[in-house]
Ligand binder design. Sequence first.
Ligand code: EPZ
Length: 433
Amino acid sequence: MDTSKGKIIISGGKPLYGEIPVSGMKNAAVAILFSTILTEDKCIIENLPDISDVNVSLEILRSIGVKVRHLDKNTVEIDSSSAAPCVAPYELVSKMRASYYLIGAELGRFGRAFVGLPGGCDFGVRPIDQHIKGFEALGADAKIDGGYIEASCPDGVLHGNSVYMDVVTVGGTINLMLAAVRAEGITVIENAAHEPHIVDTANFLNACGADIRGAGTGVIKILGVKKLHGGTYTIVPDMIEAGTFMILAAATGGNLKVTNLIPKHMDSVTAKLCEMGVKVEEDGDSLTVSRGDEELQHVNVKTQPYPGFPTDMNPQMGVLLCLAKGISHLTENVWESRFRYVEELKRMGAKIQVNGRTAEFTGVPSLHAASVRAVDLRAGSAMVIAALATPGITEIEEIHHIFRGYENLIEKLRAIGADIKVAYPENISYNVF
Ligand code: EPZ
């Protein structure tokens, strides 16, 4: 089904109640899938979310000779024994940002890589200079030429080194880790990113015989090993999907038990929701979020690398600030421009003023239904929240962005009472599902 032509139709304005489960983390899954190139043995990866970024990653792996076998919808067996550093198809690689992990993984396995520049959400400039700095520190020659990144090391072997990252970068940290696990000697990454998906990737690689210490802190030490063996690994729950559902509960005024999450990963989101007067109760691997009749209080939010408030929760929080009493400010400190969703919310009557990296929200009692677009993955999830919190019929187009990162979204929302359907054009009418 070509979801780029589809639209989501929502009749909103009703509080939502019930339990909503969280799937495996997209940003851990894509990193771990490319990490499997580093071993010649078979791996089994469990709790993979069935989303287009994972399916594109599996297609890219197949295109370089990796054997992929689905054991069920969320479990794959990966055999990279016959992988070869050939050029993955540009139309796949250019679909998502995570394809850059192909460089670190192929360098770490074969000593060379030739990969198309990655795609992904449009947040303005998305450089990879820190990735290249890391590869060069390990002895590779790396250059960008005509839309491709070419990297290789003279004797086919990388050599460990200390690298101080000029910027806290998730992708740069993971990519350097991938290149270093089979390098000769010790690599130390300083000013490393702390995100849970970095820890998950390190845990997977260590389960395959790597020797990575300190993942989740600012200093990661990697003692190179000659080979890796296979392993079985379960992806952690998606903290951004969990945060999206927590904000959905607050925005609709309902009561949602968000299950299969790691509460610790949600601390910054939980703290901000509590500051707004939202109730969050922890119970093992779930958080119950409710607002009752309380009005949402205005707050100021600043996105930061983990464990700060996640940039990937910017748009979803933006919807909540539209409905909070008074004036709130949201400052985006990670990406150059991540406020393209504001124009879509203003079509629904939101009062927002963007000044550089800060958006000022003036709360309104309610938004009004409209036709809007998903301008990127997380902005798309924000539009779903806005539509579900708004009385009337809202239609969302360009929904392919949303299905890149949210598994079974329509079914999960229907199960908690959402009136939501997807329509795809069939000649002049729409088939509604
Ligand atoms: C990852 O992107 C995530 N994507 C993004 O999530 C997320 O927004 C981002 O991390 C920050 O948490 C995946 O994991 C696939 P960065 P990444 O390198 O690795 C600058 C989503 O919605 N930078 O941490 O590309 C960069 O410009 C997506 O799931 C350099 O300057 O992000 C940015 O300002 C959207 N040079 C900052 O660092 C570099 O070489 C953080 O980028 C690399 C990055």
